[in-house]
Design a binder for this molecule. Structure first.
Ligand code: HSE
Length: 437
């Protein structure tokens, strides 16, 4: 097997990790592929950092286009991130007949259809294991390990920053804003945490998993995205009292009406393994018709966990050298010409169970009025919790867990409940999933 020559774009956290893992485990990797993978050129705007990471062993440049246009290079590893320059670099590398490895979930979730088509036209590989759930080989599991199945649903904790924040909110009873500040101080959260805390990063990853699971093009613009910024410690504690944990879940289900593609805070029964995935860890549950539910757990970010996925993609490419495109696993699991553009359900059409919290004057008949509204809309109650009003207050918190109903039915019921004179303010609504079948 000939040597696989790699050009590395970006030596930040993941780029540095990739260089370190590939160098440290060179012998082990060479034993697996009966060949060699060698980084021959590195591009980074920070040449001093690139020098420090590579120890002067590799040709360095500030110009990423010099790498994607370098005829010596077989594979470009794109670890720059973002949609614009990264897209141009990836498309140029493909046009030059190079394989691409990327950790860029945003790029693929938004421009994946164009990128995979360009790659197919040139007969090159675009590998992206590191783009979803960092070091967890979930792309390989979905595309290969579960290929016998009709996938029914995928649900995952696929953003470590928000899982860290939610875990701290629960364990320490701290408010979202305070934990976010702490997470930024510790380097878990970015200075601009919008993509993480608003669920956008999770939606990028979910978009890719859903496409592979159901054999459809990427449709990020159709994803419903709701982050954790409005979650209160009160709701996390009440959920806990009722036997649930609150997690930011990315959920995609195939139903007879279409595909659900949604990211939002979700109550999960505490007895589910995935409910106990804490801190910055990630986990994905995949339900296949033959295998049943399967769970994948591990580090979703960080230098070497993410590098583990990048280097595994390089190992795959080394093994696939000389193969014809039709002998390889399709980019998104299904052959491009076999993809179906399944409709993505608007959130109003989705079916879910719900957690509702409302503040109500503590007097006779209030509960009866609320339950009548729910009964009239055919919404069945699963559990209820009423808290005594705090000292000197006349309003009490009421928490209601419902059985499954359609979101638009739930929203209509909430509107009616909010109109009751005894109800103060707005009803808090959080979706619930059992993740059991
Ligand atoms: N920011 C992501 C997270 C890691 O917090 O999980 C990179 O996708």
């Amino acid at each position: 097997m000939k040597e696989l020559k790699v050009g590395l774009l970006g030596v930040g956290t993941v780029g540095g990790g990739t260089y370190a893992v590939l160098t440290r485990n060179q012998t082990e990797i060479a034993r697996r592929i009966a060949g060699n993978i060698r980084i021959v050129q590195v591009a980074d705007r920070n040449l001093a950092l690139a020098e420090q990471v590579t120890g002067g062993q590799v040709a360095l440049t500030e110009d990423a286009f010099a790498v994607v246009n370098n005829p010596e290079i077989d594979v470009v590893v794109e670890l720059i991130g973002g949609y614009t320059v990264a897209k141009e670099l990836v498309l140029t590398a493909i046009a030059n007949g190079k394989h691409v490895v990327t950790a860029n979930k945003a790029l693929l979730a938004v421009h994946g259809n164009e990128i995979f088509k360009a790659a197919a036209d040139k007969g090159v590989i675009v590998a992206f294991e590191a783009a979803v759930a960092g070091g967890i080989p979930i792309i390989k599991a979905l595309r290969e390990g579960l290929s016998a199945n009709k996938i029914e649903w995928v649900a995952g904790i696929i953003n470590g920053t928000t899982n860290f924040i939610l875990t701290e909110m629960r364990d320490k009873g701290l408010a979202f804003v305070d934990v976010l500040k702490e997470a930024q101080r510790l380097g878990y959260a970015e200075a601009d945490p919008t993509f993480d805390v608003e669920g956008i990063d999770a939606a990028h990853k979910l978009t890719l998993m859903a496409s592979i699971a159901f054999g459809m093009p990427v449709q990020f613009e159709q994803a419903y995205t709701e982050g954790i910024t409005k979650l209160t410690t009160k709701d996390i504690q009440y959920a806990e009292e009722l036997g649930y944990r609150v997690k930011l879940l990315g959920i995609s289900k195939k139903t007879s009406e279409g595909v659900e593609l949604r990211v939002h805070p979700t109550l999960i029964p505490e007895k589910r393994l995935v409910a106990n995935v804490d801190g910055a860890m990630n986990a994905v549950v995949v339900k296949g018709d033959a295998v049943g539910p399967t769970l994948y757990y591990g580090a979703g970010a960080g230098a070497e966990p993410t590098a583990s996925a990048v280097v595994a993609d390089l190992v795959d490419i080394a093994r696939l050298q000389g193969t014809k495109p039709e002998q390889r696993v399709a980019y998104l699991g299904y052959q491009l010409d076999q993809q179906q553009t399944l409709p993505i359900l608007p959130i109003a059409e989705v079916h879910s169970a719900y957690y509702l919290r409302l503040r109500a004057t503590d007097k006779p008949g209030v509960m009866a009025a609320i339950t009548k509204i729910l009964a009239d809309m055919q919404i069945s109650i699963d559990a209820m919790l009423q808290k005594e009003p705090a000292e000197g207050e006349s309003e009490a918190d009421i928490v209601i867990l419902t059985h499954t109903t359609q979101e638009k039915t739930m929203d209509a019921a909430i509107k009616h409940i909010e109109l009751l004179p005894a109800i103060a303010g707005q009803v808090t609504k959080i979706r619930m999933e059992t993740l059991s079948r």
